[in-house]
Design a protein around this ligand. Sequence first.
Ligand code: AMP
Ligand code: MG
Length: 584
Amino acid sequence: MSLGSPPPAVATAVSDDSVTDGLENQSSSENVRVKLKLEDLNWDHSFVRELPSDPRTDIISREVLHACYSKVSPSAEVENPQLVVWSESVADILDLDSKEFERPDFPFLFSGASSLKGGYLSLRLSYAQCYGGHQFGMWAGQLGDGRAITLGELLNSKSQRWELQLKGAGKTPYSRFADGLAVLRSSIREFLCSEAMHSLGIPTSRALSLVTTGKFVSRDMFYDGNPKDEPGAIVCRVAPSFLRFGSFQIHALRGKEDLGIVRTLADYTIKHHFPRIENMSKSDGLSFSTGEGNNAVVDLTSNKYAAWLVEVAERTASLIARWQGVGFTHGVLNTDNMSILGLTIDYGPFGFLDAFDPSFTPNTTDIPGRRYCFANQPDIGSWNIGQFASALSTAQLINKEEFNYAMERYGTKLMDDYQAIMTKKVGLLKYNKELIGELLNNMAVDKVDYTNFFRLLSNIRTDSNVPDEELLVPLKAALLDIGRERREAWTSWVKRYRAELSAIGVPDEERKASMNSVNPKYILRNYLCQSAIDMAEQGDFREVRRLLKVMERPYDEQPGMERYARLPPAWAYRPGVCMLSCSS
Ligand code: AMP
Ligand code: MG
């Protein structure tokens, strides 16, 4: 498995009572949670072992041809690094004993300043990935991991593969003119948001730990010629793989010589990350009608690359539909930031909607064209899938019909999932285009808070005896400062909504519980992040840790934590808080 011999599995097996309770039929082995020390984790290095490597090992910025990665070791300087925050649930999926976070050497290990003595994590095998990308619609050529260094892959006791990456760990051949480092501000945002998204039930990369480097990093946050020294930090982020659309595009767009690498990388990806496709057989019935003459049918089982493309398209569509459901705006949907696994990755100037505004973009660089604004995300996903499909087509892995079918599947899946999510958000059983369309229109007109509104909506009663003038009472906290005309518009909407609910006949309490399970009470609003960042920059990490705890249960009421559900205060409406640059 690993390049060296596998480590001895010195695991502490712990019986998990919460899992055992009431599940008499489960085999006892399923109830055992493995808790390993760092030294005993089961590292593997399939990426390095199976894919073409850059023969050079220096970190001079350069074009790296005919390779998927360059070997590089972490080189960020550290001085008295501190553990800011960590995720116990990520430790769980890695089989890591959470006591390991208390080790005095943990901040050194997870800043890359030292490697595991006697362990099997060899920095000799750490690497930066080569990828390209379309940035704001233009092909930007080679980008690559300019500051993220992959330590390797961990195989857990369930044979799941988890790639661990240190972001901000120093220069790589892909750093171009930049320093390979990351600041505390953006690292806190990435750590908290990836964990918050996971708890919202949205596919995402995860974060194991965040450490300060103890060194300062210069950043011009507003791009106005006034750089500032900021504390440096390193996040250990975790995903089954950090492969992106751009990982495939770079080789397709470099011309003939690299086309073979597209196939090699596709084979690798399917083998390790899409086992259903690797093992698919004719009996799976993956065929589709092309709609062209004589009921032409293309059999997806005859081309695994086409089946894979369709799955990537569907996962991406499903991901973006979920973003729309919680009001998440990524902010930089370049093809290098699009995960091949359909995960949310590369958290930069993201933002959750506060007041509903379809044209909201959290990214200052995006303001002129609003290419990556909230309402555009579904179309951008399609555009990006189109670029990825083109790369496969250039490498002759798929044909025109397969290309078209994948694009069609993206559109259908996005619509299906989006409609299902919105239907659940309003507590209906069937999508009602008119009612939901009018609701979103009303919300945009009155700049209604996207999160709090849906949470309050579950308090509407189907009781038809409620007089008209009291219909809006449950929504009062979300419908602030609206005049008579708007009150009438809302009252008319609520009346129609109530009639729909009555027709369904689901008891109010049951509907409320179901709505609250998809409408979060707590989202990671940018101002909440900023308060935690301000304290952390003064060396006080308590607010970061508190915020993590709150965001781990976004759908629960959490009495006493209501302040984390409040609208942004006046101070938050300034650049750097509600709007961010890519400077990180
Ligand atoms: P992003 O906007 O974070 O997705 O980054 C776009 C590209 O710039 C990627 O190739 C990153 O690795 C690279 N990059 C961003 N910041 C830095 C940095 N401070 N040092 C080196 N490379 C960076
Ligand atoms: Mg990126």
